[in-house]
Unconditional design. Structure first.
Length: 264
């Protein structure tokens, strides 16, 4: 897919990877970049810089996603590419004594943003895309959705669920001309990474948001399902598949080392 001349929506577009995606799509000639973020001021600042439009939106609320879709298509034309990029890093606690946590709140918020936001976008865009012969979804997930996330069961679990939904989305609607890509980086220099404990999500070739956005653009042009800005993730996936027990043991060792570092 080439974005030149097309309408693109990016959620979580006010900063980090989302901001870099908006800028990359603008440079690539998108007809209109629609910047969506809970931080309206941040979205507006990015929209001004790319000649786009801004919406305030809590992506965990279906009515908000529907409003963005309806208003965008009314004002700027059919959405060719919807980038479901918003994410949160809450729930990280390397010292947790129970993977089930102490309350439902971090689970519910992660589920709403990391899973249901993708579902809502598909629910309301699929009929429109089918009617016009196709469209594209780019869902920013994480290498955590392919591997795991030490220190945050809620993040890891919901990112795995997001991969599962994207797979089903791609399978179910391939015949409708609808394409799907998932963007799965490891450490990226964003507010989320800075807010959580170091290692193992950082320190293994951390990238800038701009580099991740460029890799995403290339992946879209090649219509690749799994876009891996960190190529080493493919090797980790192979090791996980080849010997799951050894991989679990290795991840448990990383968690033990992380806890020891955190105590200091």
């Amino acid at each position: 897919m080439h974005v030149a001349g097309k309408v693109v929506v990016v959620t979580g577009g006010g900063n980090g990877i989302g901001k870099a995606l908006c800028e990359a799509f603008h440079r690539a000639g998108a007809a209109k970049v629609v910047v969506v973020d809970l931080d309206h001021a941040g979205a507006e600042a990015v929209a001004v810089s790319v000649g786009g439009a801004a919406f305030k939106c809590d992506v965990g609320q279906e009515k908000n996603i529907l409003h963005v879709i309806e208003q965008t298509e009314r004002d700027y034309g059919p959405i060719a590419l919807f980038c479901s990029n918003a994410g949160i890093g809450g729930g990280f606690d390397p010292m947790s004594v129970n993977a089930g946590g102490a309350s439902d709140e971090p689970w519910a918020r992660s589920w709403a943003i990391h899973v249901m936001a993708h579902v809502y976008a598909a629910r309301h865009l699929i009929p429109r895309m089918k009617a016009r012969g196709g469209g594209y979804f780019l869902n920013t997930i994480s290498a955590a959705g392919l591997l795991s996330q030490v220190g945050s069961p809620a993040y890891s679990t919901t990112k795995h669920a997001a991969v599962g939904f994207a797979e089903n989305l791609a399978i179910s609607h391939r015949a409708d001309g609808i394409k799907v890509s998932i963007l799965c980086p490891q450490g990226v220099d964003t507010n989320i990474l800075r807010s959580i404990p170091k290692r193992p999500q950082s320190g293994d070739g951390d990238l800038s948001p701009e580099q991740v956005a460029e890799d995403a653009l290339k992946g879209l042009e090649q219509e690749t399902f799994v876009i891996l800005p960190h190529p080493q993730v493919l090797g980790y996936m192979r090791k996980k598949a080849e010997n799951y027990d050894r991989w679990i043991a290795g991840m448990a060792k990383i968690q033990a080392e992380m806890r020891e570092t955190y105590r200091k």
